[in-house]
Design a protein around this ligand. Structure first.
Ligand SMILES: CCCCCCCCCCCCCCCC(=O)SCCNC(=O)CCNC(=O)[C@H](O)C(C)(C)COP(=O)(O)OP(=O)(O)OC[C@H]1O[C@@H](n2cnc3c(N)ncnc32)[C@H](O)[C@@H]1OP(=O)(O)O
Length: 162
């Protein structure tokens, strides 16, 4: 099989570089080790993730879905896609200055996502009403939309913050 330029064998280097106007976002310095489930193995066979901000401070990510994210043969498990959306959209609210947990995450799976492929997660904080922060996101590569999500984040009550 001939691999396209966006497909990578497990263990091989993966190009997670961002768009020209993006700057690298240091997620651990903001939220510590809280992102281990998705981002904890930058050289592993599950996810490899790199976060960025664009010029308007919106959070985005390049994500490689490794062989350990497989669900349907050759494609990512829906839960793997959901985990990426949960982390990425929740982190977008943190990056915008809100200490939150995710209260509701609504995902539409639009196309099967081939594993061992680098895709992009784009996010936008679309509204802030009291403790409710709504973040929208889409996971895509080129013209192919794999998933889109609406994530309701709720700021953590002071007494629950540690
Ligand atoms: C721990 C601190 C250290 C953190 C250290 C760093 C962490 C760094 C993370 C980095 C990035 C994150 C990435 C992963 C993000 C996750 O995965 S978080 C884990 C998954 N989420 C959870 O476990 C959340 C579980 N749920 C809860 O804890 C509670 O239900 C909540 C969400 C905190 C809300 O409870 P509450 O504080 O008692 O608030 P409550 O009064 O019920 O609701 C407040 C408002 O939100 C609305 N609301 C609440 N839930 C919902 C819902 N599901 N649907 C619709 N509306 C809702 C209510 O209707 C209410 O609206 P208003 O009446 O004010 O208009």
């Amino acid at each position: 099989m001939t691999a396209s330029s966006e497909e990578h064998a497990a263990g091989a280097a993966v190009d997670l570089s961002g768009a020209p106007d993006w700057t690298l976002f240091d997620a651990p310095s903001l939220v510590g080790d809280s992102l281990r489930f998705v981002s904890g193995q930058p050289d592993g066979d599950r996810f490899r993730v790199r976060y960025f901000r664009d010029a308007e401070q919106h959070l985005h990510a390049r994500i490689w879905f490794g062989p350990e994210t497989e669900g349907p043969p050759g494609h990512a498990h829906g839960g793997a896609v959901a985990a990426v959306m949960d982390e990425g959209l929740g982190l977008a609210a943190w990056a915008a200055g809100y200490a939150i947990v995710v209260g509701n995450l609504n995902i539409s799976f639009r196309a099967m996502l081939p594993i061992q492929k680098v895709v992009t997660l784009e996010s936008r904080v679309v509204s802030v009403e009291g403790r409710k922060i709504m973040v929208h996101g889409r996971l895509f590569c080129g013209d192919t939309l794999f998933a889109e999500g609406q994530c309701l984040c709720i700021t953590i009550k002071k007494e629950n913050q540690s």
